[in-house]
Ligand binder design. Structure first.
Ligand code: FNR
Length: 180
């Protein structure tokens, strides 16, 4: 199953990127996760939406051709980082590549709330008319990883309980994608 991943942090040692890479490796038997380089996308410009830079069209096509999308996001000021919102804005115009696409949302923070407010905000964004993604239902399927400093080691998510929890949520996502 081909999955395009959007990671909302371009920080060198990003926990969210570490989480995306952990998932890429751990679930490689089921998921072929391709991490999109959203940090290289230019700012969304409405004047260019019908003839976007090649890198933007490549990004949009990677979503169009994927079976599902994984969004891995930090929380910035109770919302999603601009780099992620910018990527989502590109997807929302002309060929609206996220419409109907199965999406899983996960996030990690060093603090207590595990990106809860960012994810609530993200689900609202993903419901917008130009996006209308099919997001894995939140009831029981939220992945809110807190206290990152205690759970990551050697560039990976290492906490056993969190990994087992994640295994179950990824299984739910695989079933969800297969149901389409
Ligand atoms: C943060 N951070 C943060 N954390 C949080 O739990 N809620 C928040 O609202 C914010 N706001 C915020 C704003 C800005 C501009 C920065 C730089 C940081 C802390 C954030 O969770 C922490 O820096 C993470 O490590 C960022 O994720 P990555 O880069 O590790 O993936």
């Amino acid at each position: 199953m081909n999955i395009t991943a959007l990671v909302g942090s371009i920080r060198k040692d990003s926990y969210n990127m570490q989480l995306a890479k952990t998932m890429q490796e751990r679930y490689s038997d089921k998921l072929n996760i391709n991490i999109a380089d959203i940090g290289s996308l230019p700012f969304f410009a409405q004047d260019e939406e019908h003839n976007p830079p090649q890198i933007v069209q490549y990004f949009k096509d990677s979503i169009k051709n994927a079976d599902g999308v994984l969004i891995v996001t930090p929380e910035y000021n109770w919302s999603v980082p601009g780099v992620l919102k910018n990527a989502l804005d590109w997807t929302s115009r002309v060929d609206k590549v996220l419409i109907g696409k199965p999406v899983m949302v996960v996030g990690v923070t060093p603090g207590t709330a595990g990106t809860l407010r960012a994810q609530l905000h993200l689900r609202q964004i993903l419901s917008a008319p130009g996006i209308q993604a099919n997001v894995l239902a939140p009831g029981g399927n939220e992945v809110l990883i807190n206290f990152a400093g205690q759970k990551f080691d050697g560039g990976k998510l290492a906490d056993k309980d969190t990994l087992e929890f994640l295994d179950n949520k990824v299984k739910a996502f695989v079933d969800f994608v297969e149901s389409f």
